[in-house]
Design a protein around this ligand. Sequence first.
Ligand SMILES: [Zn+2]
Length: 216
Amino acid sequence: MVDLPPVPGRIVGLPRDERGYPVPAENAWVRGKPQLALQDFRRSGALWAAARCAICGLALGNDGPYRLFSDDEVAPTLKVGACTRLDGPGHRECMLFSGAACPFFVSPASRRSQDHYEVSKGTKRGTRASLIGFERVLLAVEQEPPHRVSFNYQGVVENLSFELGKDLTPQLSTGEPPTGVASIRMYWKTEPEIKRAWNRTLEQARRQGIATHPGR
Ligand SMILES: [Zn+2]
């Protein structure tokens, strides 16, 4: 089994893949198997519309929104203090853990093992990666099916640059899993479950006016 850095309390209860990696709430499941290299825009959209973390699926509260950035994404984001991404934000603590554990983020030589939205398979992470925190994130849902989503990250509040995943480990601590209301996780392992949740999110987007934009 994989040797993991300290696992934060919010992540302890996540399902694991066959190697022992926790499977984030934003990741796809295909025929009962988690796909750690494949994120699902429906899951990302449903999580953020409900103010949930993309990694642990728990309420975001005040510990976010954050996301990890590979080398070539950092400078353009810092220059304008904003960016548009196809993956959703999460807790600082959960993104720290991802930076310390995710095979793509732990080393400058790492490459994407599968196409990742607009980034092709084989793309290098690059010399330095960053954990970046933002003031706010806006969700945009395309009007036409399949209603893809994008996230507009605005106002950089923290930029934590790192070379190796293990550079982040000292900031991680194991903790007790949350209890009570704070332990209610949004997480879907089957297609019918995520389809229902996604349809509810689209209804909410229409009703509450979550920003929508025409398809690309
Ligand atoms: Zn989280």
